[in-house]
Write a protein that binds this ligand. Structure first.
Ligand code: 0L1
Ligand code: MG
Length: 260
């Protein structure tokens, strides 16, 4: 039997993504996969995508909200890569059949103005490095069947990252109370969930600081111009063909995704 290693796991995850073929969790066959090795798999998947011409455009936090953390039995989020094949052009529909089983969640999005390098980053110093803040919808698409995975699996799978859409209203974060920022999630015009910015680590800037400090352990800084998806404010909802999903914020505007 072939032994599992970082390369083999990265190949398996690339194949699942490219062929839209979900698979069982890697930890079922590689129970010793730990978090440090899982991040090496995540980075190897990125290296392979870069070799195919894709470029890093930012980072995201995953498993930020209390319900998701409780479900996974963790108390800290994870980080993952955003690449230039992920942003959806404004108004473009999401082709559901182009992914495995996409789900959508509303997020507060930062565009970085300055380089942010941990350790020692605080919410205040993180926010000072942000150029602007806006609304977003993240499309997640676990490469694992039924979104069933252990923590190392989802880290290796780049935190289920697939697509994202941002709004067209960008604000100066210093002008807003982002912890109190209300967000409503609508499906076909009906409210299905709501939250405030406090849902992500108490404040999206806390999530950003945590990302900077976590990435610093791997020698990575958050660069100017990068997008940061700070984490789902509510649980994710399924993208079903014909469905329209809207994140409506009080001060950050609305962002709407049409699923085809
Ligand atoms: O962005 C996220 O919070 C996704 C993290 C991965 C877990 C999931 O697929 O829900
Ligand atoms: Mg997310």
């Amino acid at each position: 039997m072939t032994e599992w290693n970082v390369d083999r796991a990265a190949v398996a995850l690339r194949r699942a993504e490219d062929h839209r073929a979900d698979r069982g969790p890697i930890t079922a066959e590689w129970p010793d996969l730990d978090l440090e090795t899982a991040y090496r798999v995540q980075d190897e998947v990125l290296r392979r995508k870069a070799a195919e011409g894709r470029r890093v455009v930012g980072v995201k936090l995953g498993l930020t909200s209390a319900p998701k953390q409780e479900r996974m039995g963790i108390d800290s989020p994870l980080t993952a890569w955003l690449t230039d094949d992920m942003p959806l052009p404004p108004g473009a529909p999401l082709r559901v059949d182009g992914l495995i089983h996409p789900r959508v969640e509303p997020e507060i999005v930062f565009v970085m103005g300055e380089r942010l390098a941990g350790p020692g980053v605080t919410a205040a110093s993180a926010l000072a490095a942000v150029a602007r803040v806006g609304a977003g919808l993240e499309v997640i698409d676990s490469r694992y069947t039924d979104f069933k995975f252990a923590l190392p699996d989802v880290v290796a799978d780049n935190a289920s990252s697939a697509r994202y859409l941002v709004g067209d209203l960008w604000r100066d974060p210093a002008e807003l109370d982002l912890a109190a920022e209300p967000c409503r999630l609508d499906i076909d015009g009906e409210e299905v969930d709501s939250a405030t910015g406090a849902a992500v680590q108490g404040h999206p800037a806390e999530a950003l600081a945590l990302a900077a400090n976590t990435l610093a352990r791997r020698g990575i800084a958050i660069e100017p111009g990068w997008i940061v998806l700070t984490g789902g404010l509510t649980d994710a909802v399924f993208a079903v063909p014909g469905r329209t999903i809207t994140a409506a914020f009080a001060n950050l505007g609305e962002v709407t995704l049409h699923c085809r």
